[in-house]
Design a protein around this ligand. Structure first.
Ligand code: ADP
Length: 426
């Protein structure tokens, strides 16, 4: 397809999730013979092999590492020891970018929301703009599609990157980097918090322009301040901070969303985007399952924050909903991820009604010392809730626990809640 060959063969693809599959598709599209590629996944059936030795026997000159496979894993260490060159889906894709301006977003919380906010703004300037990465479509898919539709070339690439994706970057370069929030996460994969934060910070080494950080994230601000790089600290907690961008109000609510929107405005300002970009930020309706407004039904307002699986997100959601000054019911539960539930104790002497559900609901209640009924399942909790709701009430699902005790994903849990809300309406 006329692409310069920028990858040495044979090639091993390690991990056949969404990005691994997209890489295979891309390599075949650029006419790399199938026998020069081997795919590996621990789960046989997804790949050519689940056997490390079979991969090593092929003596791959390059291996494409999926974000789901830790750098410390045996296969990665063995391949590196054999002199195989490490690349990743994002890194490989970025070798084929030409004039596109890349905006990279990372953080422990708020990545997807901020990526979407920047995305809707960028799209007003460039209808072809690519929005993806960790949030959905792999970047390599954009490169693949460009081969058959060159007119779809984007001016802007808005890409969300997880720490796992950042680990394997080498050639990737961006015009600016956005940090949304840093907090304890993924400590199963990193030796220390410092390791995790440093991996996130590595993204600044792949950036030729400004670094925007959310000044309201104290951990982030503290970490960034101790680094030698200069950065732009964006302070935005309410509409007042956005006035200078011509924004009076946002459709999404909560302080944290003003922070996310503040970052999006800073990016739009940096690229000198016109009014339409700021308008799009102001009108952004929010993302499903993140403080998603399910509207009023029988005068009760329902908010779906099923994605909230960290204490910071739960706190942010409760704080945001408290600002509505209406009787508030908060549904907490699911499977424990080792969070510090004692941090919720600050909501103890408030008028908020708490309800706990699921596998670890009782434990969440014990540790938080909040009073409230405990239910075995989410469905039981909703049945009980139905009989106590009154007009003007607000119901917030911000579980904190993971959904895996009762559901396949946070989306499935959120959709279960939405279906119940529709039934409540009828
Ligand atoms: P990520 O992609 O990093 O997981 P999301 O945008 O999907 O982040 O949001 C995940 C959860 O965190 C949601 O419950 C959301 O309401 C909450 N959240 C979003 N932005 C922030 C922020 N800046 N600070 C704290 N919590 C946030």
């Amino acid at each position: 397809l006329g692409l310069p060959l920028k990858i040495k063969k044979p090639i091993a693809i390690i991990g056949m999730g969404i990005s691994g599959k997209a890489c295979l598709d891309f390599l075949l599209r650029i006419k790399i013979p199938r026998h020069e590629i081997i795919t590996f996944d621990e789960k046989s059936g997804k790949a050519d092999t689940s056997d490390t030795q079979t991969v090593l026997k092929m003596l791959p000159k390059t291996f494409i590492l999926s974000p789901g496979v830790p750098m410390k894993s045996q296969i990665v260490q063995d391949l590196l020891a054999c002199g195989s060159e490490l690349t990743s889906e994002v890194d490989l894709a970025s070798k084929f970018l030409t004039t596109e301006k890349v905006i990279a977003i990372t953080g422990s919380l708020g990545k997807s929301t901020t990526t979407s906010l920047i995305g809707v703004a960028a799209r007003t300037q460039d209808p072809n703009c690519f929005i993806g990465g960790n949030i959905g479509t792999p970047l390599i898919q954009y490169i693949s599609e460009l081969q058959s539709q060159p007119s779809k070339k984007a001016s802007y690439i808005v890409i969300e990157l997880s720490s796992f994706q950042i680990e394997a970057l080498s050639k990737f370069n961006s015009e600016c980097v956005v940090y949304t929030y840093l907090s304890k996460n993924h400590l199963d994969r990193y030796d220390s918090l410092n390791d995790y934060y440093s991996t996130k910070w590595k993204l600044t080494e792949h950036c030729r322009g400004p670094i925007f950080i959310n000044g309201a994230s104290s951990e982030l601000l503290c970490f960034a301040t101790n680094k030698s790089k200069t950065f732009n600290c964006v302070m935005s907690n309410d509409a007042k901070n956005l006035e200078k961008f011509g924004i009076n109000t946002l459709r999404v609510f909560g302080k944290h969303n003003y922070q996310n929107a503040g970052l999006a405005c800073a990016v739009a300002w940096f690229f000198k985007w016109d009014l339409a970009a700021f308008q799009a930020i102001s009108e952004f309706p929010g993302m499903p399952h993140r403080l998603e407004n399910l509207n009023e039904h029988k005068d009760v307002l329902f908010i779906n924050d099923s994605k909230a699986t960290s204490i910071e997100s739960v706190e942010a959601a409760i704080t945001a909903c408290s600002e509505l000054n209406r009787p508030l019911h908060v549904l907490i539960g699911g499977k424990d991820k080792g969070l510090d539930w004692t941090l919720l104790e600050k909501f103890k002497n408030t008028n908020i009604q708490f309800y706990f559900f699921g596998k670890d609901g009782k434990m969440f209640q014990d540790h938080s010392r909040l009073s409230g009924q405990v239910f075995k399942t989410f469905a039981d909790c909703l049945i009980a809730l139905e009989s106590v709701l009154c007009p003007k009430d607000v119901v917030l699902l911000s579980p904190g626990g993971s959904s895996l005790d009762e559901f396949k994903s946070f989306e499935e849990r959120g959709n279960f809640f939405k279906a119940w809300v529709s039934k409540f309406q009828n």
